[in-house]
Design a protein around this ligand. Structure first.
Ligand SMILES: *Cc1c(COP(=O)(O)O)cnc(C)c1O
Length: 471
């Protein structure tokens, strides 16, 4: 054994202890840490592009990394990081994620580990939490992008099956043109169309309802009637990123009765709202969707990278993803046969953080995160609406506040960008830009388990501090 490996084998306990200390210090300082470190702190140290010849050992490498790069790490795991849709990681989820690396299991049905059985049980518990029926099976993938990819891949297979074509064997060319209908799909679904060979141009954008991001189902029906016979995937949003708008799923299901299409529901974060009886009605009907995306590393607050793709077409899923080789187990149709159900071959034991979090906090804990985030988003929205300096671009439907500066003179997008740059430099709260209804806007997405009312007060103070005339 290389002496560096030998030394680290002997020092494993000290290495773990040092890692624990770093983690403890990081967490203790998380609330004070800038949400957006200065750009010069996000640069590599001179020399760090070079590969070492013999190495320093883990302790020195760890200290070197932390000394040089700690200041380049954002407080994105903290309670005032409202950019994009960024979840945190609960203590149980962090503990589990550490163990996932230590125990390093390959999560598939290999008859030598409990990992796949726990993955299946985690999926079952998540279905119970979110009110999804028995008919859906699910697998862990790396994020909602891959869940959308998998869902649409199964949809593509179904479109072929309806016409006697096995797309997995014959290729998409045998099926020909597909149309994909959506009003406000997430960009990751468009990427999935590229990866699937369906092509980005297959997207036919359907109008939204006036003053809403929800699909206009009458416009959709007109399009379906005019294109009868064309293989069709419909992408529904169950929580758009700007305003957390939900498409009218019961209406879409009624249309599916008349114009057969595959209904994929991207519920990356909005789906988690179903754990609250208060918000579950927003998801009414998703139980009948053909495929569903739910992220775990957003509102379920497990570390990156974790999401679940659900479908009620397990056999089609196995047609797409089965993976034959003499040295691998043959495909058999069971919901935990992940080797034959997901894009990957070897897979991290990705379910453990969610499994442990569900055990640690239960239904009530998850519901608390969702309901507290929504309550605080509404509080933030009400304060911004009441202020002279800001206005809401849309009502706060759930956990995202979409707002703008109240100044009207000059280039609104440039003013918004300068404001966000000041906010980033202030470091207290992270918000990210968007365009809503043609207007440059600012989003605050509340997705973190730690966020409390005090964070909203600090957020409002920072937003006001960073106004143009305050600087
Ligand atoms: C975040 C998000 C995605 C992409 O998710 P990743 O986990 O980043 O791959 C897809 N759809 C929606 C609605 C999202 O919010």
């Amino acid at each position: 054994m290389h002496p560096g490996l030998q030394q680290d084998l002997e020092q494993f306990p000290q290495i773990l202890e040092r890692t624990r200390q770093i983690a403890e210090n990081f967490l203790a300082g998380l609330k004070q840490r800038p949400v957006c470190p200065p750009l010069e702190r996000q640069q590599l140290q001179p020399g760090d592009e070079q590969l070492a010849q013999s190495g320093t050992g883990a302790l020195a490498a760890l200290d070197d990394f932390w000394r040089h790069y700690e200041a380049g790490i954002s407080a994105s795991a903290g309670p005032r990081y409202f950019g994009f849709v960024t979840g945190g990681a609960t203590p149980a989820a962090v503990a589990a994620d550490w163990l996932v690396s230590v125990i390093d299991q390959n999560s598939q049905l290999s008859h030598d580990t409990i990992a796949a059985a726990i993955e299946l049980a985690t999926i079952e518990q998540l279905k119970s939490l979110l009110g999804l029926p028995e008919t859906h099976s699910g697998s862990f993938v790396s994020g909602a992008t891959m869940a959308n990819f998998a869902g649409l891949a199964i949809g593509r297979q179904w479109l072929g099956q309806q016409r006697g074509i096995d797309v997995a064997q014959q290729g998409l060319a045998a099926l020909g043109e597909i149309q994909v209908l959506a009003a406000n799909p997430h960009a990751s679904s468009i990427k999935a169309l590229s990866m699937l060979g369906i092509g980005r141009h297959a997207l036919k954008t359907i109008a939204s309802l006036p003053h809403s991001e929800a699909i206009d189902t009458q416009a959709l029906e007109r399009h379906l009637a005019a294109s009868a016979g064309v293989p069709t995937l419909v992408l529904a949003s169950a929580g758009t990123v700007n305003t957390v708008t939900f498409d009218d799923l019961p209406r879409l299901l009624a249309l599916r009765e008349r114009y057969p299409f595959w209904l994929h529901v991207d519920a990356a974060f909005g789906g988690v709202a179903a754990c609250s009886p208060r918000y579950a009605p927003l998801l009414a009907g998703w139980q009948q969707a053909d495929s569903i995306t739910v992220d775990a590393h957003k509102w379920l607050n497990v570390p990156y990278d974790s999401a679940i793709q659900f479908t009620r077409h397990l056999a089609l899923q196995m047609q797409v993803f089965q993976n034959h080789s003499a040295y691998l187990e043959a495909p058999t149709l069971r919901p935990d046969n992940y080797l034959h159900l997901t894009p990957e071959n070897s897979r991290r034991f990705r379910a453990l953080p969610l499994w442990l979090a569900l055990k640690a906090y239960g239904r009530d804990g998850m519901r608390d995160i969702v309901e507290r985030n929504v309550r605080l988003a509404r509080l933030l929205g009400a304060e911004l609406a009441a202020s002279d300096d800001f206005r809401l671009l849309a009502p706060v439907n759930l956990n995202v506040v979409c707002f703008a500066l109240n100044q009207t003179a000059g280039d609104a997008a440039a003013a918004r960008d300068r404001f966000i740059a000041r906010l980033d430099a202030h470091g207290v709260v992270r918000c990210t830009p968007t365009l809503y209804n043609g207007q440059p806007g600012i989003r605050a997405a509340l997705v973190n388990w730690m966020t409390e009312e005090e964070d909203i007060r600090q957020t409002l103070a920072s937003l006001h501090h960073c106004l143009p005339e305050q600087i």
